[in-house]
Design a protein. Structure first.
Length: 81
């Protein structure tokens, strides 16, 4: 399907940049300062996104992301008011 080929394409583009199969190091074991904490956070988010695509498919993952964005906008609007 188109969604599966899109997910596979995204994973093939990301795989040279980040090893998706290796677990992220915890911040306590990371070396090299605060930069590693940011990279570990990005890697964890990427792994969570890939897992969402695997579990829910592209449509389900994008639907959840859209609902999350709506919640964030609503919360921000309430805070600003």
């Amino acid at each position: 399907s188109t969604a599966k080929s899109a997910a596979n394409g995204a994973m093939s583009l990301a795989s040279p940049l980040i090893d998706l199969d290796a677990p992220a190091e915890s911040s306590a074991t990371a070396t090299g300062g605060a930069g590693n904490g940011i990279l570990d956070g990005l890697k964890q988010e990427l792994n969570a996104t890939v897992q969402d695509f695997r579990e829910k498919g592209a449509v389900g993952a994008l639907k959840d992301a859209t609902l999350d964005a709506v919640d964030m906008v609503g919360s921000t609007a309430k805070s600003a008011a």
